[in-house]
Design a protein around this ligand. Structure first.
Ligand code: DON
Length: 298
């Protein structure tokens, strides 16, 4: 891992996201890698203790929690599992699919998924998300209030997507509050050590290998990994699967979590992104580690 970190630390490709103003303050040199096994062991190198907002990586874990509550068939029908072939914040993907979302890993499907979170009040819904994501990580995750406020001031596009979904009958509660809840889940702070543990929980069939908590069932873990494989890296999911050979999920703050089912998880953090919104160093480092450790599933 040390060798992989040194190999890619000097890469200067990619650009730090700035459409959420607070994210633009990230240091482009931050680079951390963590590995967590499905037996509870972990290793890290670089900026593995640097906290950053989980962003779209939350989509995979909130999807898992909602699948646990609502089940395989309903989630497949309501949210979909196919790649859009379009950017993560595409509006056109909704229109081209008859007003339906196509998968839970892009913003439309993630907003619709968050709209299905159980709870009688917004507080209960947030508690469900917060407690669930914290159980995946094995510690109480904190909200980055500044990132949350920064995105809430600028996320007109997500509000538009949520309204559009409402117009098609795919969000049945207040779409502005759903957008706020989704933005909150994206603003939880994690480190690569947290992400690796969250991934290791999915690798371990939904049981956190450190705390022993059964967060979701093995069947739900399998469903989440399948949809991460097809869509976790957006329109670049095919390139990712071809090179890395494992399900992964990226976030616009620069995190990527990758799961080796039954074995464990790799997490990387490096803010500069490629055109699809995936961390450049993260992709290279994960690909290298996948080869070195023989993790490609195929
Ligand atoms: O909704 C958004 O635009 C962000 N909160 C999350 C997007 C994201 O992480 C895309 N990832 N690479």
């Amino acid at each position: 891992m040390r060798e992989t970190h040194a190999r890619y630390a000097g890469l200067t490709d990619g650009a730090v996201a700035d459409y959420i103003p607070k994210l633009a303050e990230a240091d482009p040199d931050w680079f951390g890698i963590s590995l967590a096994s499905a037996t509870g062991r972990s290793f890290s190198v670089g900026d593995a203790q640097q906290e950053f907002s989980i962003q779209s990586i939350s989509k995979a874990f909130v999807y898992a929690l909602v699948c646990e509550s609502l089940g395989h068939d309903l989630m497949r029908e309501r949210i979909g599992v196919n790649n859009t072939g379009l950017p993560f914040n595409s509006v056109m993907a909704i229109e081209l699919n008859g007003g339906h979302t196509m998968n839970p890993m892009v913003n439309a499907g993630a907003l619709a998924t968050t709209g299905l979170v159980p709870g009688d009040s917004w507080e209960e819904k947030w508690d469900y998300i917060h407690r669930g994501l914290s159980a995946f990580a094995g510690r109480d995750l904190e909200l980055d209030e500044e990132v949350f406020a920064s995105e809430m001031e600028t996320n007109l596009r997500n509000m538009g997507i949520a309204r559009l979904l409402q117009s098609y009958g795919h969000i049945s509660i207040d779409p502005m509050r759903v957008t706020e809840l989704y933005t909150r889940q994206c603003s939880l702070r994690v480190t690569t050590e947290d992400l690796a543990r969250m991934g290791a929980t999915l690798a371990d069939g939904g049981t956190n290998p450190v705390t022993g908590a059964e967060v979701v069932s093995p069947a739900v873990s399998r469903d989440v990994l399948a949809v991460m494989a097809t869509t976790g890296m957006y329109e670049a999911s095919g390139d990712w699967l071809f090179e890395v050979g494992m399900p992964g999920k990226s976030g616009v703050a620069g995190g990527i979590v990758t799961i080796a089912p039954g074995k464990g998880s790799l997490a990387t953090f490096s803010p500069p992104l490629d055109a699809a919104g995936n961390s450049v160093r993260g992709i290279r480092a994960t690909r290298h580690l996948s080869h070195m450790l023989g993790l490609n599933l195929f």
